[in-house]
Design a binder for this molecule. Structure first.
Ligand code: CAA
Length: 388
């Protein structure tokens, strides 16, 4: 649990999410991983329970909850299945927040409301084959047309991109000759019914296999003028601000993976006997369990304090990056320790820690690699000198 005091409502949300995850996600997670297939019925159920509109105000059909509540629920889902958790994280943190913060009332009515109800799933398309960490090197081009825009280009690593109903696409809206780095990028609301929209290659991933990650290709895709989000040329800043939220979600997902690794290790170490005693009685194992629990609690405390700061209206760039960095490195480290505790059984698919090990790795990569988080943290240190 968390060190910050929880309200009665937050405790109830944890119980709801934990029960749902145990009953409707955990029993299927191995199968979904093996078959690399997501059961969209689970997304529908998450929508019915309100898990896809947690941060959206009630006036737009969401639950209007605080960020700690959202992160607690997301962690519970991730304990059961990191693939389901990433759908929830991306949807709640990126496209819906972009619509909420920068969308017009007409866009909120048309796109945000059904997303908050979980009837439409959202995705976020920033990266490209040659623009990953260097996101502002993106080349996807938006050209003005009489009735709106024509988009050409390829987006990569789009979580939920094969079935998403609403995709936030960052594209260059200035002249192709300008190439002004982060300037001249706009955000567009894209739906799969637009002519010229194509779902491309589905990645064959190491982990998070049940969550489809795809390329999207836009071939003279016509986007109505009404689908430009906010101000022209502000798309990169919108994306960066949204990633500040997204990184909190990925930190919660990572904590769920780490917690699952600790829980499996505690069970196994109590059952497994070697040299005539349960292996939990060996200090070598106790030290690993203690370190896992300590690292998880530290990362969670920072994450939840960051969430409280966010809800007070403070910037979370610095502490959000720290939270994501700490939580994702904790997840990878804890999953590695869990495999070690399980020994040979940790290396095979009969036990859950093999999947946790594979799933943990991506948290150190997506929504900004650990190296990018360190760059953001270092820049913030110089910008604000606020770590007295
Ligand atoms: N909040 C507000 N504004 C921000 C900001 C933030 N957190 N970060 C940057 N900006 C603004 C800057 O102030 C600057 O604005 P001005 O020019 O007006 O001053 C502008 O954005 C450009 O910023 P930088 O000069 O810092 O840009 P940069 O090119 O040096 O890049 C970076 C900075 C931090 C490295 C950035 O490129 C980055 O975060 N890279 C990682 C990208 C990433 O996380 N991708 C994940 C994609 S989503 C995903 O993983 C898939 C999925 O579906 C889960």
């Amino acid at each position: 649990m968390t060190l910050i005091p929880l309200t009665e409502e937050q405790r109830e949300i944890v119980q709801l999410a934990r029960g749902f995850a145990a009953d409707e996600i955990a029993p299927h997670a191995d199968k979904w991983d093996r078959e690399a297939a997501m059961d969209l019925g689970v997304a529908r159920r998450m929508g019915e329970l309100g898990f896809l509109g947690m941060l959206i105000p009630e006036q737009y059909d969401g639950l209007g909850l605080d960020t700690v509540s959202y992160l607690l629920a997301l962690e519970e889902i991730a304990v059961a299945d990191a693939s389901t958790a990433v759908l929830m994280s991306v949807h709640n943190s990126l496209p819906t927040q972009m619509l909420l913060n920068y969308g017009s009332e007409a866009q909120k009515d048309r796109f945000l409301r059904p997303m908050a109800r979980g009837e439409k799933i959202g995705a976020f398309a920033l990266s490209e084959p040659d623009a990953g960490s260097d996101a502002s090197a993106l080349r996807c081009q938006a050209m003005r047309a009489d009735d709106g825009w024509v988009l050409n280009g390829t987006k990569s690593w789009v979580t939920s991109g094969s079935f998403a109903d609403v995709i936030m696409v960052m594209a260059r809206s200035d002249s192709p000759d300008a190439r002004r780095g982060s300037k001249g990028i706009s955000a567009f609301i894209v739906t799969p019914d637009l002519p010229g929209f194509h779902v491309g290659k589905k990645e064959d991933k190491m982990g998070l296999r049940a969550s489809p990650t795809v390329q999207l290709t836009f071939d003279n895709m016509r986007v109505p003028a009404a689908n430009l989000l906010g101000q022209e040329g502000q798309g990169f800043v919108y994306a960066m601000r949204s990633l500040d939220n997204g990184r909190l979600g990925i930190a919660a997902q990572a904590l769920g993976i780490a917690r699952a690794a600790l829980s499996a290790s505690l069970d196994y170490a109590a059952e497994r006997k070697q040299f005539g005693q349960p292996i939990k009685d060996f200090q070598a194992i106790q030290f690993k369990l203690a370190d896992m629990a300590s690292r998880i609690s530290s990362a969670r405390s920072l994450l939840h304090l960051t969430a409280l700061a966010k809800d007070r209206g403070e910037s979370t760039t610095l502490y959000g990056s720290m939270s994501k960095l700490l939580a994702s490195e904790t997840a990878m480290w804890a999953a590695n320790q869990a495999v070690q505790i399980f020994g040979g059984y940790g290396y095979v698919k009969d036990y859950p820690v093999e999947r946790l090990f594979r799933d943990a790795k991506i948290t150190e990569i997506y929504e900004g690699t650990s190296e990018i988080q360190r760059i953001v943290i270092a820049r913030e240190l110089y910008a604000s000198r606020n770590m007295d």
